[in-house]
Design a protein around this ligand. Structure first.
Ligand SMILES: CC/C=C\C/C=C\CCC/C=C/CC(=O)SCCNC(=O)CCNC(=O)[C@H](O)C(C)(C)COP(=O)(O)OP(=O)(O)OC[C@H]1O[C@@H](n2cnc3c(N)ncnc32)[C@H](O)[C@@H]1OP(=O)(O)O
Length: 278
């Protein structure tokens, strides 16, 4: 209840500090100390190089400002994030592909490895890279009638191991393996049943409130002890990622630049465009 009141106050009276980049905005409530990081790259928060750089710098800014927690959400009405910007992968040269993948890695490690309590207010669809961001957080509240999941195998591509880490943290191994091999997109209701999200909410405001309450559960816990404990759980995945990070970029570039993969992207884009014109 107290957190709810603080959130309400945050909307009107409590002073808050604002920071923004071209495609993100950050509001830190001075009373709660919690930062709300909103992704705002219309129409679907697709992740191009600039967006990923903005996201990374906002995450580090929040971390360096000693905020009490980070809530990730979207400024768009029905999409949390549509994942990597396919327009930026299609017909791109190897250098562009390498830069895109490196920036995706950078954002993931910034969020997954953050010592702060992190929560995702998933106020829309979260396929692929959108799911990657949500599952890098510690808690998820999601609106009904949306989808979330890692659908890479449906596109004929493989999610590397680090990209699966969020799933592995959250889902039982058998379920994670099945969902990843199927490239399954979960509806909100299925995601709750599987444990991929923590709560279903009826509005973005309620999602933010639940996230704030989650972060509030650490109010009496020593922040350093909390953060080190969290990172102990994540250390093996992080270490493994650091070992293969450069090779992973090379593998991605080699896969994504193959003519047959480029053709899949082109067809996929065309279908998306046809669908959006209907
Ligand atoms: C296809 C990739 C193939 C190979 C890649 C090779 C290696 C990659 C290695 C593995 C890593 C993968 C990580 C990824 O993130 S890949 C991206 C996967 N993303 C998706 O599959 C989501 C696609 N989008 C949707 O399903 C829907 O758009 C969504 C449910 C998110 C929202 O639906 P809604 O009805 O609200 O909007 P739309 O009308 O569909 O879209 C509006 C406009 O936005 C464009 N759009 C949508 N998604 C993307 C995207 N990911 N990249 C670029 N543009 C996107 C869509 O075309 C519409 O554009 P306009 O027609 O209005 O111009």
């Amino acid at each position: 209840m107290m957190h709810l009141n603080l959130l309400r106050l945050g909307a009107c009276r409590v002073p808050s500090r604002l920071m923004s980049t071209k495609s993100t905005s950050v509001e830190i409530n001075d009373k709660t100390g919690v930062a709300i990081l909103s992704m705002c790259r219309p129409p679907v928060n697709s992740q191009n190089v600039q967006f990923l750089r903005d996201l990374k710098s906002s995450i580090y800014e929040i971390e360096n400002n000693k905020s009490r927690g980070l809530i990730l959400t979207s400024a768009n009405s029905n999409v949390f994030s549509a994942g990597l910007d396919i327009l930026e992968m299609y017909n791109a040269d190897k250098e562009q592909l390498g830069t895109l993948w490196t920036e995706l890695q950078n954002v993931w490690i910034a969020l997954y490895g953050s010592g702060l309590p992190t929560a995702a207010a998933i106020n829309g669809h979260a396929p692929a890279g959108g799911c990657l961001l949500a599952t890098a957080c510690e808690y998820r509240a999601m609106l009904p009638n949306c989808v979330i999941g890692l659908n890479e195998t449906q596109l004929g591509i493989i999610a590397p191991k680090w990209l699966m880490s969020g799933y592995q943290n959250i889902l039982p191994q058998r379920l994670a393996e099945r969902a990843l091999t199927q490239g399954r997109l979960f509806t909100t209701e299925e995601a709750l049943k599987a444990g991929l999200i923590d709560e279903i909410v009826n509005s973005k405001e309620e999602a933010l409130e639940k996230c704030l309450n989650f972060i509030g559960t650490f109010a009496k816990v020593n922040p350093l002890a909390r953060s080190l404990t969290k990172l102990q759980f994540r250390a093996a995945n992080i270490k493994e990622f650091e070992k293969i990070r450069q090779k992973d970029v090379e593998d991605f570039v080699s896969l994504a630049s193959r003519p047959e993969v480029q053709k899949v992207m082109g067809d996929y884009l065309e279908n998306l465009k046809k669908k959006s014109k209907k």
